[in-house]
Each structure stands twice: as structure tokens, then as C-alpha cells.
Ligand binder design. Structure first.
Ligand SMILES: [Zn+2]
Length: 431
């Protein structure tokens, strides 16, 4: 039972930055509005029921690695500044920021504690201790446009597996002058791409509030929002202002449509007058939400409930993202202690493997280790519900168990082997 509930899903997606100095370089839409594909896909994700996504309880934890891309001493920021930048992002994603009182009363009912937490990994992918901070010395600087050959240059110089770590690259500069850019999850976006390059790129002098930074650190918050599927709140541009809130603009109905991408914070700004079109959360034409992290305004202090739902919807849609905050990955990255029941103390280590993983139909289970009796094996879905129980094996052959998940939905499943001396679990991805 305990091990059935161990699978916590989480995930991510794409990017840019705000801009009183340098705008976020991620374009408003990855494809032109009206182009089939992206918008429809986003809408589907948003509508997925994410009620089990632990919205108000413990945060979903994402093991994180920060790559400091420096050139000699230039841009070689301190570990303290890295930590301070994560502090800002985590405060903002949990509504723990110190300026929540600045949110205008009109928007306070919509403000959300998203519940994501980014924590520096303690183990690398080989199981060796790490600070979660790595440094790479190069004169290269990235370009924010996917069509440019320098788009992913620094990412390929230093990156950790995206199925285990959320990658953050802190760079000296970005060609064109942006403060940051990010990559949407999956490949169906102009600003999407392979998982190897999923994550955010932020200028190190915009990261955190100490050291070389004189900024508020919220370029990081903004870019992380993109990586989990958020668009700019001013996305609609000057032409339409977003005529239907759930299919145009940023496709989030509790962020009023806005026209401008400026950094000003005029509290009287109301740049679109069609706010109530579609499934709007507002009854009347509303002022612009200049306090939103996904605007370019310099007075940001909130995400909305609609944005939180959207981000969690994306997490449910990508198994690789779900796996990041799973118990098994938190153990693998050193953020959770190994299962105490893992029988090392008794000298009877339980080991087994499930393959193929990922897979789409039949899965095989090979069991290694001796000195214990195999009782049964359970398969649980991402809700922690036991969907299958395979009874005691009396004849241990090369492939001890097999089971079929063909009729079950794609996603993460946990497989737990119960033995006479304890249990051991692993996670599999059903495609
Ligand atoms: Zn942006």
C-alpha cells in the first residue's frame, strides 16, 4: 500500500523572460495563431483532470542541476548566488514570495501556490555525490532563436539526463540581448525540442538577487513557467486582443487578455476590451494583470489558478516529466533516502528489473538475488491504485513474471516485489 502511493507525478515545458531591460526571447506563439497543432495540443493538456496533482499539499519536487556557463572568471558566479536564484523561483511557485500583499485585491482570489519546488540534486546519474552545480568554461554564447546554429550550443556542452534532472543553464550573455529563454516540453512546438535540451537559459546577472545580480531574479520564474507550458499573458498581440480566453491569447481564462509587452506598471492599464469572451473568469472587462509572472511588467508577484492547472496538465501528459518527481527518481538523485525496506541490512538485497522500459504492452520481470521467498508482485497506477497482483512464483525461471498493460493508459506505473524479507519498487513508463 505504502509503495503504491509512492508515485507522485510532476512535469514541465518552455520559455522566455520578462523585460524591463532585456525582453524574454521566446516568441509569443511557437507557431502562428491558427496553425493546427500547437494550440489544440495545449488545449487538450489543459483539460486533463489533474485533481490528484497535490495542488495544496506538499510541493512536487524536481531534482535540479544548474550549469554555470562561464568564460574564465567572467560569469563564474558563486554557489550562493545559484541557491539564491532557486530560492526566488521556489518562493514564487509556492506563493511564499514576500510581496504577495502587492497583488491587487481584484486579482488576489486568482493567485495560486503552484506547488513546484526545484532542489539541487545530491547524486549524479552515476550515483556519485554532487552539489547539483556544475561549471563549464567556454567563450560560446547561445542564441534564443531555434533556427540559429547557436540555439542549443551551450546546452550540448553540459547537460544532465532530462528524465532525471531539471536543467538550468546560467550564461554570461544571450545573443540579441534577451535575459532568458526556454523550451516547451515535447517536440510539437517551434520552441519545443528533444528532451536533452529542455529547460531554461538565463543570464547569470539576472539570476537571484545577490552576487553579480542586481535584478529581482524573476526572469527565472518566468522562464520556468514557459517550460511547463505557459504563454505570455500579452500573447494575443495587437490584432485580436484574444477574443476567446481559452483558445486565444495565453489560453488561460483567469489572466485577462493584454495587448502590450511593456515593463510599465500602470495600475489603470486595460488594453483589451473583450475580456469576457469565452469561458472567462471575469464578469466584466478587466484591468490588465500586470502582476503576472508571465507578463513583461516589472511588478510581478503572482501566477493564477488557471496557470497552475495548465502547468499540471502538461505534467500529466508527459511520462518523462511525471517521472522527475517520482519517489524512485528522488531516491536516485539523492533527495530521498533509499527505501529502508530494501533489505541491505539483512544481507539479502532484493533486486529485480522490468523490461522493456518504456514499453507499450507486455513487460517482463527478472528477479535477482537469493535468500528470500517471493510472495507476490503488484502493479500500481499513478494514483497509487493497485491494478494488478501476480501471485507467488514457484518456478523461478529466467523471466519470472510478465504482465500486459496494453489496455491501460500511458503514464507512469510502479511495480513492487513483495518478498518474505521485505519489498522493493521500481517505476516503469507505459507508452
Ligand atoms: Zn517569456
Amino acid at each position: 500500500m505504502l509503495y503504491c502511493s509512492g508515485l507522485v507525478l510532476a512535469l514541465f515545458f518552455f520559455s522566455h523572460s520578462k523585460a524591463q531591460v532585456d525582453p524574454c526571447a521566446t516568441t509569443e506563439k511557437m507557431v502562428p495563431i491558427g496553425t493546427a497543432g500547437e494550440e489544440d495540443m495545449l488545449r487538450v493538456y489543459e483539460n486533463i483532470d489533474a485533481t490528484y496533482m497535490n495542488k495544496s499539499g506538499d510541493a512536487l519536487i524536481f531534482p535540479t542541476v544548474v550549469h554555470i556557463i562561464h568564460y574564465g572568471t567572467i560569469g563564474d558566479i558563486s554557489d550562493s548566488q545559484v541557491v539564491d536564484g532557486l530560492r526566488i523561483v521556489n518562493e514564487d511557485f509556492n506563493r511564499m514570495n514576500t510581496d504577495t500583499s502587492v497583488t491587487r485585491e481584484y486579482f488576489k482570489p486568482f493567485a495560486s501556490a503552484v506547488g513546484f519546488k526545484f532542489v539541487l540534486a545530491k547524486l549524479d546519474s552515476n550515483g556519485n555525490p554532487t552539489s547539483g552545480i556544475v561549471r563549464f568554461d567556454t567563450s560560446a554564447t547561445p542564441h534564443p532563436e531555434p533556427t540559429d546554429s547557436d540555439f542549443n550550443n551551450v546546452k550540448f556542452m553540459s547537460h544532465w539526463p532530462a528524465h532525471m534532472y531539471y536543467n538550468i543553464w546560467l550564461v554570461i550573455s544571450i545573443q540579441g540581448g534577451a535575459s532568458g529563454y526556454a523550451q516547451y516540453p515535447g517536440t510539437n512546438f517551434t520552441y519545443g525540442g528533444p528532451w536533452e535540451t529542455w529547460g531554461i537559459v538565463v543570464k547569470s546577472n539576472q539570476w537571484g538577487t545577490i552576487g553579480t545580480s542586481s535584478a529581482d531574479g524573476r526572469t527565472g520564474t518566468h522562464e520556468v513557467g514557459h517550460t511547463f507550458g505557459l504563454y505570455h499573458t500579452f500573447l494575443s498581440g495587437t490584432a485580436t486582443c484574444g477574443s476567446v480566453c481559452d483558445t486565444t491569447g495565453d489560453e488561460v481564462c483567469d489572466t485577462p487578455p493584454a495587448r502590450y509587452d511593456n515593463s510599465y506598471c500602470y495600475v489603470t492599464d486595460n488594453t483589451c476590451d473583450n475580456d469576457t469572451s469565452g469561458a472567462s473568469s471575469y464578469l466584466i472587462d478587466s484591468i490588465d494583470q500586470i502582476e503576472n509572472y508571465m507578463s513583461y511588467n516589472s511588478c510581478q508577484n503572482m501566477f493564477t489558478e488557471g496557470q497552475s492547472t495548465r502547468m499540471r496538465g502538461f505534467i500529466t501528459s508527459f511520462p518523462i516529466l511525471q517521472g522527475l518527481s517520482s519517489d524512485s527518481n528522488l531516491i536516485a538523485t539523492g533527495l530521498l533516502p533509499p527505501l529502508s525496506v530494501n533489505e541491505k541490512a539483512k544481507g539479502k538485497k532484493i533486486r529485480f528489473s522490468v523490461y522493456p522500459n518504456p514499453g507499450s504492452g507486455y513487460f517482463n520481470v527478472d528477479i535477482f538475488g537469493l535468500g528470500y521467498e517471493i510472495l507476490y508482485l503488484t502493479v500500481c497506477n499513478s494514483l497509487g491504485q493497485e491494478i494488478m497482483r501476480l501471485n507467488k512464483i514457484t518456478n523461478r525461471s529466467s523471466s519470472n513474471y510478465s504482465f500486459n498493460l496494453r489496455s491501460y493508459p500511458s503514464g507512469l506505473y510502479s511495480v513492487t516485489l513483495h518478498t518474505s524479507t521485505g519489498v522493493s519498487s521500481t517505476t516503469l513508463i507505459k507508452e
